[in-house]
Design a binder for this molecule. Structure first.
Ligand code: PEP
Ligand code: MG
Length: 943
């Protein structure tokens, strides 16, 4: 076949300059939209650059066709038709007309008629959006088969079994996707037939048995969809097209877009393509592969295939496929041709390719090529290799890694030293890292146990195989274990994208999802039992293993970051409250602390009683007594943090949270007071220990203490604590708190400075709304600083600034900057106060808002550029009007989220601050933001 001798220039495509509707010169009338793009016979209407219009798959098919590669011909209905469908619940007449024209062209090219005659044309109908969304949308194969054409196919192929199998697959897929009939309806019929025929495998059903299955499938369609399976092939095509458009809006696709930040309005294209069959016998097959190893980046031809199978058999994980290298032994010519084509495709696209192919009677057909999804580890390695190979520049390499993927370098490993390792089974090392958790068998159970934000119990989701419906459970699970499926199964592909540990295809494990147990090596494990996974080696291990913290000093990661970092103009700091976290953050490259939440320091065992005494005090004298006890402890904490950050700035925030957070709940206290009356000795003892921190030493103390406590809790009770007695309001009503904290900060600073530590304290006042609040607190801090410097005979440079967390503060930022020497945006509270969403309760509303498209993203996760972002921008500008050199940063959760970091760069912030584990991500996001502006590279990131 001529394809193997093509030059790269030819692969680039003869039609690269093809005019599209969008590129025509401006005319008086807008150019009519071209809805359908044909490809076939070595020529395509579109090209590889048209992903917006044709989707990734359609653009790839056009590009490959133009390059003369063996692609089954067909046409792509562009994304605008999908958007039309979303708007009007139907496509326009023009779409129908162009589709019929393209179909006629395809029929002429093939010398066949759709679903008609002795040699009927059959087509596949597949989705394909701009960004790959594996398995999220729907596909229909073998379209065109009906009661007549199936006979023609049987005759023509001389293979009735194949023909009936293809037909039953069509009814099944069509029934599910187009007519909304649940999959189990068909599965039950199919499984019952296998049982009746005493066979375990699909292949055990002969042509007659399959004919019986077809008859029953048709009955099921009639029963559940209230209509017959359509015999008219054209009707099938129209219905399938519309169903694929509708699948853009299904729940799992929406969910996937939300996680991956993909715009809901893009829509999908639909690709209609002449069928080629991988299930024609042992000289046919189908497979998927990568030009490099997607798990670790090794340069090797990598993938798997199945003989005598259709595409979905490989990706669905129903049968476990064979490594692609085996193909070399079975069909060396086809193997060499495939290697040759994919190598060229990689060179052409200058990126690792993920491809799909089908072999029909020893003839190779390429069905798809796209930039392959990969782990963070692989992304970095492939980027470095491609620079070495001269395929891309260092600058391009910077964009080849999604900042969120750098987590992979930070994922834990199993700590096997000194612990018994009982390997239960070995599966495929589908996605690296380690995961330890309690077994759950369904996605819903995973969410229930792990919590929506995965902060409750760690769970391992165990399934025979995963499907796109499991996505919400996969998201919260620590790891995924499947008993079926290969390296390109749904579980493997999705977890790799998530940077989550996965062991796939552990065939020795018998997973009984209904019975909620798994059996392996004669042992039974139930929901709630602990297991450990090693996604790097594929081992499934009994029990709760310890894990090792990952080391971020991988030399290839360092090399990569050394290319990216020089572009970065924004600093990256960490939010850290204790020396351990500060040290950790520094190893990840933090350039200071952007937020030290001092209240977190008060939760230590020896501190909390004094903190509580301070809160319970109803007069200044008692409060000062308690604060005096806290002072040395707080000073020691600050010394630790300053030492860890030697040479770097440390922003310390004065006390912020509502005080009742440190006290028992009012309702609990009332119950305990009632219980005390009837409590036996044991219960009384328990109450003493519960209230020890509040001063209970013996049972006798409880009677007086508990009502007192209740009355103070009632005094402190607020209906809306988030808007209440917190932030600078605490320091203003109880100035002695700010005094004590300022003293601890400056005494610590002087003490470590005397030991040679370079210390740059920045005292930050939270929740400022007026310049007078700022002036009030700054005056206290400055007075105490002066006192301490005088007492200790040493002066330290420091700043006093504020958090901008309230819209009012943003509006009058020019005023506030008169007193504040720096700003740091507390975008958690600023989002809360701008939207009027309680940050603690928003999850009651958010899922519906997101599902209904009322908002596109969780504004607490991704900075809302249009609203909150405008306040951040405006406050920065206004602040700098007053103080041109005003240092401005962000310390809300958004400081470690790539799109928010990009926004912070665009509006000229000096730094972002985020949790230690997001520092690497923020560094790369900040570097990419700056580099894309400097190099004029637009969204070069692999999606
Ligand atoms: C914020 O509000 O963004 C912030 C960093 O402060 P906290 O989360 O402690 O309220
Ligand atoms: Mg806050």
């Amino acid at each position: 076949m001529a394809t193997t001798t093509l030059s790269d220039a030819e692969i680039i495509g003869k039609n690269a300059g093809t005019k599209t509707a969008g590129t025509k010169p401006a005319a008086t009338k807008p150019a009519p939209i071209k809805y359908v793009y044909f490809f076939g016979g070595g020529k395509a209407d579109g090209n590889g650059k048209m992903k917006d219009v044709l989707g990734g798959k359609g653009a790839g098919l056009a590009e490959m066709t133009n390059a003369g590669l063996p692609v089954p011909p067909g046409f792509t209905i562009q994304t605008e038709a999908c958007r039309e469908y979303m708007r009007n619940n139907a496509v326009s007449k023009d779409v129908d007309r162009e589709m019929q024209e393209a179909l006629a062209k395809l029929e002429a090219l093939q010398g066949q008629k759709l679903g008609k005659g002795d040699n009927p044309l059959l087509v596949s109908v597949r989705s394909g959006a701009k960004f790959s969304m594996p398995g999220m949308m729907d596909t229909i194969l073998n379209l065109g088969l009906n009661d007549q054409s199936v006979e023609a196919l049987a005759k023509r192929t001389n293979n009735p079994r194949f023909a009936y199998d293809s037909y039953r697959r069509l009814i099944q897929m069509f029934g599910n996707v187009v007519l909304d009939i649940e999959k189990p309806v068909f599965d039950e019929i199919f499984d019952a037939k296998k049982k009746q025929k005493k066979t375990k495998f699909d292949t055990g059903l002969d042509a007659k048995a399959l004919q019986e299955v077809i008859a029953e499938y048709k009955k099921a369609v009639k029963k559940h969809a209230n209509r017959d399976f359509p015999q008219d092939a054209n009707e099938q095509l129209v219905m399938a097209r519309d169903a694929v458009f509708r699948s853009w809006q299904n729940d799992r696709a929406k969910h996937y877009r939300r996680i991956n930040n993909i715009d809901d309005m893009l829509g999908t294209a639909v690709n209609v393509q002449a069928m080629v069959f991988g299930n024609l016998g042992e000289t046919s097959g189908t497979g998927v592969g990568f030009t490099r190893n997607p798990a670790n980046g090794t340069k090797e031809f990598y993938g798997e295939f199945l003989l005598n199978a259709q595409g979905e058999d490989v990706v669905s994980g129903v049968r476990t496929p064979v490594p692609i290298l085996e193909l070399e032994k079975i069909m060396p010519d086809v193997y060499n041709q495939l290697r040759d084509i994919t190598t060229r495709l990689e060179k052409h696209y200058k990126d690792m390719q993920d491809f799909e192919f089908t072999i029909q009677d020893r003839r190779l057909y390429m069905l798809q090529t796209r930039n392959g999804k990969r782990t963070g580890l692989a992304a970095v390695r492939v980027a470095l290799q491609m620079v070495d190979e001269g395929l891309i520049t260092k600058e391009e390499a910077i964009f080849r890694v999604d900042p969120n993927q750098l987590y992979d370098f930070l994922v834990p490993r199993l700590d096997e030293k000194g612990s018994k390792v009982e390997v239960l089974a070995r599966g495929l090392p589908a996605s690296p890292g380690a995961a330890v958790g309690q077994i759950v068998f369904t996605a819903d159970e995973a969410v229930e146990k792990a919590g929506h934000d995965a902060t409750k119990s760690p769970v391992i989701l165990v399934r025979a195989e995963t499907t796109p419906e499991d996505i919400h459970g996969m998201e919260v699970a620590k790891g995924i274990l499947t008993s079926r499926g290969g390296m390109t199964s749904h579980a493997a592909v999705v977890t790799r994208g998530m940077g989550k540990c996965c062991v796939a295809g552990a065939g020795d494990i018998d997973v009984d999802e209904k019975g909620r147990e798994m059996r392996v090596k004669g042992q039974t494990f139930r929901a709630g039992d602990w297991i450990s996974l090693d996604g790097t080696t594929g081992r499934v291990i009994k029990g709760k293993m310890k894990t090792l913290d990952p080391s971020p000093d991988d030399p290839e990661l360092q090399k990569f970051m050394n290319w990216a970092d020089p572009y970065r103009t924004m600093k990256v700091r960490a939010n850290a409250d204790i020396p351990r976290d500060a040290i950790q953050a520094r190893t990840f490259g933090a350039e200071g602390i952007g937020l030290c939440r001092t209240e977190h320091m008060f939760f230590g065992e020896e501190k909390i009683p004094h903190m509580r005494a301070m809160i319970l005090a109803d007069n200044e004298k008692d409060r000062r007594t308690a604060l005096k006890k806290l002072l040395p402890m707080q000073r020691k904490d600050f010394e630790g943090v300053f030492k860890a950050m030697d040479g770097l700035p440390v922003t310390i925030r004065t006390l912020d949270p509502p005080l009742h957070e440190f006290l028992p709940r009012r309702e609990d206290l009332m119950v305990d007071i009632a219980t005390l009356q009837y409590a036996d000795a044991k219960e009384k003892k328990q109450l003493v220990s519960k209230y020890r921190d509040y001063g209970a030493k013996a049972v006798g103390d409880l009677k007086k203490l508990m009502p007192l406590l209740l009355s103070r809790v009632e005094q402190l009770h607020e209906f809306n604590p988030m808007l209440g007695h917190r932030g600078c309001r605490l320091g203003i009503t109880y100035p002695e708190i700010t005094e004590m904290q300022a003293r601890a900060i400056f005494e610590a600073a002087v003490a470590v400075a005397k030991d040679g530590v370079k210390v740059y304290p920045e005292v930050m006042i939270p929740l400022i709304a007026t310049v007078n609040e700022m002036a009030n607190q700054a005056a206290i801090v400055n007075r105490v600083a002066k006192e301490v410097f005088k007492e200790k005979g040493r002066t330290i440079e420091y700043l006093v600034g504020t958090m901008i967390e309230l819209p009012r503060a943003a509006l009058i930022a020019d005023e506030i900057a008169k007193e504040a020497e720096f700003f740091s945006f507390g975008t958690n509270d600023l989002t809360q106060t701008t939207w009027g969403f309680s940050r603690d309760d928003v999850n009651k509303i958010l899922p519906t808002y997101l599902a209904d498209g009322i908002i596109k993203q969780d504004p607490f996760a991704v900075l809302d550029r249009e609203g909150v972002g405008q306040l951040v921008k405006m406050a920065t500008e206004r602040g700098r009007k007053t103080r041109p050199d005003l240092k401005v940063g962000i310390c809300g959760e958004h400081g470690g989220e790539p799109s928010s970091v990009e926004f912070c760069y665009q509006i000229g912030l000096n730094y972002v601050s985020c949790s230690p584990f997001r520092v690497l991500t923020a560094r790369l996001a900040a570097a990419q933001a700056a580099a894309s502006e400097k190099l004029q590279i637009d969204s070069g990131r692999t999606k």
